[in-house]
Write a protein that binds this ligand. Structure first.
Ligand code: SF4
Length: 379
């Protein structure tokens, strides 16, 4: 494959730059953050300034989002996947039973989730398959849009016209992580399948926004490659999209490799201290972009960072197919068998009520419905 990143995306020059304590202090206080600000805040020199970064990030979070934490929940529609991602429990060479919800099952799961109180749902599948293709996904979105204010997807990359057909069915957003922006690492981690095409994936958020999606969710899977390289490239990707699609919205997530069925070990592990540094740096540099954290992270870490850098969180998540309805994924699946396996382990397994009570105790307000104006400035 072509291992050359385009100039607009390649952050390599920043990695050879040494930042001083004074550089970091200037970056924390600036009212005009840019790429140099982010590079300083991600540098080793910033490790000594996490408290100052947290204070600045909290002030910016409250300025742009108030004291709210927007909540959403994922629903895995299918675990069928022909992909060969080395880090994923749904990869084709994992010996796991596969499941996909039929439409009756989807409706049951949606009703159960709606009863819990959620207004935003994220629908997930693996790679495009005969069990979970575009038509299947469009119908699932149509069903979800009857119940939920926001229906986002985290599925396979598509063509612009395919995204447009999903937007017309009621889909509001697309989450698509690049996993790593380092082309050589990307090539090793994605052993086969359509996902091996780095640039097809890279361009997909732009195609989604061109197809009428209101927001695109970006991220990289922390642990695959040098996290500072990946985070600087992620910032460049986000800024590139903001310039081209200024009327649309972005969200940024910080997924970190967790244990999964295949026992994958992260080659560049990211500990909680570095994860916090990354989140705080992004809040300072992209102050009005919603930053998301999933239940991959521990309850203690999530409680600590909520409202300081993070403004959007999932909770009560199941990472198996279905699992919210009363019959569970085996009975709802097209193919029954042993208990469905998860794509990754959930660390924060608290229920919705317990989590909301914890947010209230921190003087934060859980919010289930977000408003159209957040994502689109013009009609
Ligand atoms: S990350 Fe996605 S495409 Fe890759 S194996 Fe897992 S489900 Fe399939």
């Amino acid at each position: 494959m072509n291992n050359d990143l385009p100039d607009w995306l390649n952050p390599a020059p920043w990695l050879s730059r040494t930042f001083s304590a004074a550089d970091v202090q200037h970056a924390i206080g600036t009212e005009a953050p840019d790429e140099e600000t982010l590079a300083a805040l991600l540098s080793p020199a910033a490790e000594e300034f996490l408290e100052s970064m947290a204070a600045r990030a909290q002030a910016l979070t409250q300025r742009h989002f108030g004291r709210i934490i927007q909540l959403y929940v994922p629903l895995y529609l299918s675990s069928w996947c022909s992909g060969g991602c080395a880090y994923c429990g749904f990869a084709a060479d994992r010996h796991t039973d596969r499941h996909a919800l039929d439409f009756a099952g989807v409706e049951k799961e949606l009703s159960a989730i709606k009863t819990m109180g959620f207004e935003e749902i994220l629908l997930l599948t693996g790679e495009r398959s005969s069990e979970a293709d575009l038509d299947y996904l469009r119908e699932c979105i149509r069903l979800a849009a009857q119940k939920f204010h926001n229906v986002a997807i985290e599925v396979f990359p598509m063509a612009t016209e395919e995204y447009r057909s999903l937007a017309e069915a009621g889909c509001t957003g697309v989450t698509l992580y690049q996993e790593t922006f380092h082309p050589e690492t990307y090539d090793v981690m994605h052993r086969w399948g359509p996902k091996k095409d780095f640039f097809n994936r890279l361009d997909a958020p732009a195609r989604a926004l061109a197809g009428g999606m209101r927001f695109a969710g970006l991220g990289a899977l922390l642990g695959l490659s040098d996290p500072r390289f990946d985070m600087l490239a992620l910032y460049r990707h986000a800024r590139h999209l903001q310039k081209s699609f200024w009327q649309s919205g972005l969200t940024i997530s910080f997924p970190r490799i967790r244990n999964e069925a295949g026992g994958f070990i992260a080659p560049h592990p990211v500990d909680e201290k570095l994860l916090a540094q990354i989140i705080l740096a992004f809040r300072i540099c992209l102050p009005n972009v919603p930053l998301t954290l999933s239940t991959r992270e521990s309850a203690a870490f999530r409680d600590g960072i909520a409202g300081i850098g993070i403004s959007k969180m999932s909770i009560a998540s199941k990472t198996t197919v279905g699992g919210y309805g009363d019959t569970g994924s085996e009975d709802l699946s097209r193919r029954s068998g042993a208990k469905a396996e998860a794509q990754f382990d959930v660390s924060d397994d608290r229920g919705l009520d317990e989590f909301c009570a914890r947010l209230h105790s921190k003087d934060l307000e859980p919010v289930f419905k977000n408003w159209d104006g957040i994502y689109r400035l013009t009609a």
